[in-house]
Write a protein that binds this ligand. Structure first.
Ligand code: ADP
Ligand code: MG
Length: 681
């Protein structure tokens, strides 16, 4: 469709996500260069990227280790040297004395005054004025093998085509007016070819009204699609679950603690939802240690009491097994034994589990993602609980939901996350879910005292571990996370384990890492839980959900390499008992600025919401939500951190636009394509 696009170029364009002419319009420049004015050679400052013009005064090839072509130009106000390391004979011949040329490049201080290395240049005919551009020059995101010049000429064509058939303006005028956003076609043209006087600083910040115009529509598209998903889900039938009050009351009465107000409120919300004849889809947010598990248990009990099945899915075997243990203990007095399902299970055990799940004798099933795999058939699954939801994608969430589809409709769904998500981000990411927040920790919890120490003070830290363990406390020693590699993780853990067993002969040290078999891991954790092990050396397998209240000291090695959210999760393993807990963040000096800021955040607060907000600012939403796993869509233009403040307005606009379904569909289609990236409900 566009001139000059053959199959090879088309493939390269596809790598940039460009499939149609319209896509080019939505590929925004990363930055701009100013070729709209000439800078006098006498006024050139090092560091300035600019357009200059001049006459060749001298051209010579010199040898400084390698061949250099130096071209001296002058314009009466001053001189500039152009330096080329790669040049052809023809090129060399072009630079005749007296020839005029225009150059664009970065001025820098060189050995012979100010110079430009490999500038873009154009020779001028005698009668020709130096050509300055009418608009700023866009610099597009690069992809291998596509030159900026090519991208510019392609967008030139696309912009020309846009003049004749502009993309539909899908934002209603009143929405645009309230927010003072320019029309779509105008915004697109402006961003691709900004006028010479455009506010470039603002554009680089991504805060220009033209950028906001596009970001707004994109956020809106994603939000609308989630709302659609949500309303479709709500239309479906589900079993109304009620009548478990008596059993629940009895269960609560025999708990060794009293539920917090926040837990009670969330439980009421869950029971209320479950009583509806439509599927609940609720997200429970609660900081580490806020007691989400018992809340989930009560929802499960509610289901079981009315004769239907409940399932709990956790992201790791370790965590799933721990849930299994807690639930088995809690529910034993009621004669309910949870069934177990995991990937590493032996065949016979698995077969038994599958049978009891299928015939309904297993009322409660706990496991990993093995739960929604093929071959698992539930008898009457009516409640699905997904723990640490950020580890699972929307698709996995939906897949488990499918398992529960029956004549009675869809199962109710609870997803739980310990990663508190700032409100605006939650709006964008989880608009398909209702949200409950457990915003209170059980009483008596004392904030974990956190310090950061350079690893040169390791000996002191080891002494500290020794005295804590000798005083009857327990400690975690968490080993460096080395990239993505489980092998390296495990080697690092073994090394630390050897070092610590030698340094602490009087302490019982254990080891758990990601490469151990599930049973071994569990054996290690169990020994730690029962106090046979005093110091547990672990990789980040302890990150999610492990609960050993007597552990009150945590050492984290190479903390500077870990993300805030992860450190917060890890730290949440201590501070669960009555005693004051401590966390030592060990780092390899010198610390970079970002790492310094991160460690300071942890030192200064134990509030998960504050940590999350700072994490969002420092690292972006992908890390926080675990984009890689969640399948949270990539945004083309919007940035969930930078544009978070648009979300409340997006929400308002979405309510208006949903009243015109055609318009809503068109917006979603423009930004998300025809394929529904969230999967069908
Ligand atoms: P998380 O929200 O991080 O999953 P857990 O459910 O693992 O937290 O609970 C952390 C610990 O707090 C557990 O030992 C649990 O038994 C305990 N707990 C939960 N609720 C209360 C409460 N209301 N009072 C005291 N302890 C509680
Ligand atoms: Mg938990």
């Amino acid at each position: 469709m566009l001139r000059g696009v053959g199959p090879a170029l088309a493939r390269k364009l596809e790598r940039l996500g460009l499939f149609r002419v319209d896509d080019l319009l939505f590929l925004l420049p990363l930055r701009y260069e100013d070729r709209t004015q000439l800078v006098k050679l006498g006024a050139l400052e090092p560091g300035c990227r600019c357009l200059v013009t001049g006459e060749v005064l001298l051209a010579e090839v010199v040898y400084r280790g390698r061949r250099n072509l130096l071209v001296r130009i002058g314009d009466g106000s001053g001189q500039l040297t152009l330096r080329f390391f790669h040049f052809s004979r023809q090129q060399q011949a072009q630079f005749q004395i007296g020839v005029r040329l225009t150059c664009f490049g970065e001025a820098r201080k060189g050995s012979v005054g100010i110079e430009m290395i490999h500038p873009e240049y154009r020779l001028l005919r005698e009668d020709q004025d130096s050509a300055i551009d009418a608009t700023l020059t866009p610099i597009y995101p690069a992809t291998e093998g596509i030159q900026q010049g090519r991208l510019r000429s392609l967008t030139d064509q696309a912009l020309l085509m846009m003049r004749d058939s502009p993309p539909a303006e899908l934002l209603p005028p009143d929405v645009r007016e309230t927010l003072d956003l320019p029309p779509l076609a105008e915004a697109i043209l402006y961003l691709h070819r900004p006028p010479a006087d455009a506010d470039v600083t603002r554009m680089l910040e991504g805060k220009h009204p033209c950028q906001l115009r596009l970001a707004f529509e994109e956020l809106l598209a994603h939000y609308l699609s989630l709302l659609e998903l949500r309303s479709q889900a709500r239309l479906q039938p589900a079993q109304s679950i009620r009548g478990g009050e008596k059993q629940i009351a009895r269960f609560i009465a025999q708990l060794p603690f009293e539920l917090t107000k926040a837990q009670q409120r969330v439980i009421a919300e869950l029971l209320d939802d479950m009583a509806q004849p439509h599927p609940m889809m609720r997200l429970i947010q609660g900081d580490v240690g806020s007691g989400k598990t018992v809340v989930a248990a009560i929802a499960c009990l509610n289901a079981i009491a009315s004769g239907v099945q409940a399932a709990i899915m956790a992201p790791t075997e370790l965590l799933a097994e721990q849930h299994w243990r807690s639930f088995a203990e809690w529910f034993a007095p009621m004669g309910i034994e949870p069934a177990w399902l995991s990937g590493s299970q032996r065949t016979i055990a698995r077969r038994d589990a599958l049978t009891s799940i299928a015939d309904g004798s297993a009322k409660l099933v706990i496991g990993t993602h093995a739960l929604f795999q093929e071959g698992v058939t539930f008898h009457n699954l009516a409640l699905v609980v997904i723990d640490e939801q950020h580890r699972f994608g929307v698709h996995q969430r939906m897949a488990l939901r499918e398992k529960g589809v029956s004549d009675h409709g869809y199962p109710h769904q609870i997803v739980m996350t310990a990663t508190p998500i700032p409100r605006t981000l939650a709006m964008a990411a989880y608009a398909d879910l209702d949200t409950s927040i457990i915003d209170e920790l059980p009483p008596g919890r004392r904030p974990v005292a956190t310090i950061a120490l350079p690893e040169t003070r390791r000996d002191e830290v080891i002494d500290r571990v020794r005295s804590a363990c000798l005083a009857g406390k327990q400690a975690y020693w968490v080993c460096p996370l080395i990239g993505e590699s489980q092998v390296l993780d495990f080697e690092a853990a073994e090394t630390s384990y050897d070092m610590l067993t030698r340094a602490l002969p009087e302490i019982r040290v254990g080891l758990v890492h990601g490469r151990m078999r599930a049973v071994e891991k569990e054996r290690g954790m169990q020994a730690f839980k029962e106090g046979q092990i005093q110091l547990l050396v672990a990789t980040t397998v302890v990150e999610v959900g492990v609960d050993v209240p007597n552990a009150s000291l945590m050492i984290i090695e190479n903390a500077e390499r870990m993300g805030l959210a992860q450190l917060h999760q890890l730290r949440g393993r201590v501070g669960r008992g009555k005693t004051q807990s401590h966390c030592v963040l060990m780092y390899k000096p010198p610390l970079g600025q970002l790492a310094k800021t991160r460690l300071a955040v942890l030192r200064d607060t134990t509030d998960g919401f504050v940590v999350a907000q700072r994490d969002l600012e420092l690292r972006g939403p992908g890390e926080l939500l675990g984009t890689r796993q969640t399948g949270l869509p990539d945004y083309r233009i919007a940035d969930l951190v930078r544009d978070a403040d648009l979300m409340p307005q997006v929400q308002v606009a979405a309510e208006v636009i949903r009243r015109s379904p055609d318009r809503a569909t068109a917006i979603v289609r423009r930004w998300l394509g025809d394929t529904d990236r969230y999967g069908k409900v």
